[in-house]
Design a protein around this ligand. Structure first.
Ligand code: ATP
Length: 276
C-alpha cells in the first residue's frame, strides 16, 4: 500500500549497494541496528538506546539508502515520510499522517520511521509570508512540528521504534528537534572520497558491459566533487552515449565516460562540503 508522502515498503537493498562510507556504516550499525536487535541487552546493561538519529551531509550521498539498508538488515519495518511532500495538497492532513505513521510503527515493531528532508517539516516557516519574526503558533508547520515532538517524546524505550531523520540543511532545523530524547545523535554522511568514488562507480557499472579500456580508477580521480547520485548519473549518461553508438559497438567504452564527464556534472563544491 503506497500513498504519496506516506509509504511502507521493504526494498531489497543491502550494504553491497553502498560504496565507501566504512566508518559511517559501523557507526550506524551501532546506533541503529544494535538498539533494534539487542534491546534486551541494552536494557539489562542499563543503556538507553537512542530514540532519534539525525543523518546530515551534502545531497545525494546515500542518506536515504543507508537507512533503508539498516532497517532491512535489522529486520525492522521501514516507514518513510518526506518532509517536503508532507505539505503537498495531494497528501492531505499532514498531522494525521504523522500520527498514523507513529501508530503503524508502534504496531509493527521493531520499526524505523524515516523522515527525509526533515528540515522541510519546519524549515520553511522562517520564510513564511516573508516575515521571519511572526511565527503564528497555529501554522500547519507549527502544528506538525509539535505533533512530531509529542510523538517522539511519547515513544517508550520498550516500544522499539527508532526515528531517523535526514537533512542537507542541518542549519535549518528547529532547535526543539535536537534536544535530548529527540534527535540527539548526529551522524555526518560525508561526500565520497577517491576510494569511495571508485566503489560507487563499480556498483553502478556492475551490470554494464564495459570494454577493456575502461579504468574506473581514472574516472574516480576525474570525478572530484561528484556525489554518489552524480556518479550514478554519470554511469547512466555513459551508457546512453554508448547506446547512441551501438551500431558500431556493444560495450561502454572509456571515451563514453570521458564524454559523459562533460555532460553529467558534479553537484558538490568546496564551499558546499566545507559548510558542514
Ligand atoms: P538526498 O540528500 O538528495 O535525499 P541522499 O543523501 O538521501 O540524497 P540517496 O537518495 O540515498 O542520497 O542517494 C541518491 C542516489 O545515489 C541513490 O539512488 C544511490 O543509488 C546513489 N548513491 C549515493 N551514494 C551512493 C553510494 N555511496 N554508493 C552507491 N550508490 C550511491
Amino acid at each position: 500500500s503506497t500513498q504519496r508522502g506516506f509509504q511502507v515498503k521493504v526494498e531489497k537493498t543491502n550494504w553491497n549497494d553502498i560504496g565507501g562510507l566504512e566508518s559511517v556504516k559501523k557507526q550506524l550499525i551501532q546506533a541503529v541496528e544494535w538498539p533494534l536487535k539487542y534491546r534486551d541487552t541494552f536494557t539489562r546493561l542499563g543503556l538507553k538506546p537512542p530514540r532519534g538519529i539525525l543523518l546530515y551531509g551534502p545531497p545525494g550521498c546515500s542518506k536515504t539508502t543507508l537507512v533503508k539498508v539498516i532497517a532491512t538488515t535489522s529486520g525492522a519495518a521501514f516507514l518513510s515520510i518526506n518532509g517536503a511532500e508532507l505539505y503537498s495538497p495531494f497528501v492531505g492532513d499532514s498531522e494525521k499522517i504523522i500520527r498514523s505513521t507513529f501508530q503503524r510503527a508502534r504496531s509493527s515493531t521493531p520499526s524505523v520511521i524515516f523522515f527525509d528532508e526533515i528540515d522541510a517539516i519546519v524549515g520553511k516557516r522562517s520564510f513564511d509570508k516573508g516575515n521571519s519574526n511572526s511565527f503564528s503558533g497555529d501554522s500547519v508547520q507549527e502544528r506538525v512540528l509539535s505533533m512530531l515532538l509529542n510523538e517522539m517524546d511519547g515513544i517508550e524505550i520498550v516500544n522499539n521504534v527508532l526515528v531517523v531523520g535526514a537533512t542537507n540543511r542541518p542549519d535549518m532545523l528547529d532547535d526543539a528537534l535536537l534536544r535530548p530524547g529527540r534527535f540527539d545523535k548526529l551522524i555526518y554522511i560525508p561526500p565520497p572520497d577517491l576510494i569511495a568514488r571508485k566503489e560507487i562507480l563499480k556498483i553502478h557499472t556492475s551490470e554494464m558491459p564495459l570494454s577493456d579500456d575502461v579504468d574506473l580508477n581514472v574516472i574516480a580521480e576525474q570525478a572530484e566533487f561528484y556525489s554518489g547520485a552524480d556518479l550514478k548519473n554519470l554511469c547512466r549518461e555513459s551508457a546512453m552515449i554508448a547506446l547512441r553508438e551501438m551500431m558500431n559497438t556493444t560495450n561502454v567504452k572509456m571515451t563514453d565516460f570521458q564524454n559523459a564527464l562533460h555532460v553529467a556534472k558534479p553537484s558538490l563544491t568546496v564551499e558546499i562540503i566545507k559548510s558542514y
